[in-house]
Design a binder for this molecule. Structure first.
Ligand code: NI
Ligand code: MN
Length: 226
């Protein structure tokens, strides 16, 4: 599976012959130099919650690519009023798509859209098909609810967790989250974009290593294969 990181929580993942974009925030993201959205053509855009650093470029990318939005009811309804098709989920619910299954899981955070519209409660996603399963946590604190993921979903191959502290869990708590979700390979996100969330990367890696976990810190603009 190809995974491209754009900084903050923005990822593009290939799943089978489909491309899934998560939380598109590129135009105002100081970490990503290439602001050209015209080459980004996902089949689906998954939105964890309504904050600007997660939804900023949803509308132009969706309109350019005809991507369908997967998010909670309130966020899909909001983008529906802009003419963008979406599939609404709510916490604990899962649905089948042509690339696999998506389950919308709990997150502890806040949520409203940039214009103040109510965005429902924030969430994360567990996504799987016959070959792979991963968890995209969105913005969240460490929560006991993470322990439900290994009980209710296939075994995770990797997870994308926020590690930047201040607005989400920091890397110390994220390393505990890796234990809660029973996952050994973690891609860190939501760090270094702004002053509030700058981290010591070596300390972050060490916190995961101490628990026998691998922390992958991707350069914005880079692609890896898992
Ligand atoms: Ni947020
Ligand atoms: Mn955020």
């Amino acid at each position: 599976m190809n995974i491209k990181f754009f900084g903050q929580s923005t990822f593009l993942l290939g799943m089978g012959d489909k491309e899934l974009m998560f939380d598109p925030f590129i135009s105002s993201n100081p970490l990503i130099m290439d602001k050209d959205l015209s080459n980004i053509k996902p089949d689906y855009i998954l939105l964890s919650h309504g904050h600007g650093d997660h939804v900023e470029d949803t509308e132009p990318i969706a309109k350019n690519s005809n991507a369908k939005i997967i998010s909670n009811y309130e966020i899909t309804t909001y983008f529906g009023t802009k003419g963008i098709e979406g599939h609404p989920l709510n916490h604990g619910g899962k649905a089948q798509f042509d690339f696999g299954t998506v389950k919308y899981v709990n997150a502890i955070h806040t949520s409203s859209l940039p214009d103040g519209t109510y965005a429902g409660n924030p969430g994360g996603f567990v996504v799987w098909n016959s070959e792979t399963c991963f968890y995209f946590a969105g913005d969240t604190a460490l929560t006991m609810d993470m322990k439900l993921i290994p009980l209710t979903c296939p075994k995770l191959d990797f997870a994308i967790l926020p590690i930047g502290d201040n607005f989400t869990m920091g890397y110390e708590d994220a390393a505990i989250a890796a234990e809660f979700i029973d996952c050994d390979k973690i891609i860190g996100c939501h760090f270094d974009t702004f002053g509030y969330i700058e981290i010591d990367k070596e300390a972050a890696a060490a916190a995961f290593k101490a628990k026998g976990k691998e922390l992958i810190l991707m350069e914005p603009g880079s692609t890896i294969q898992i």
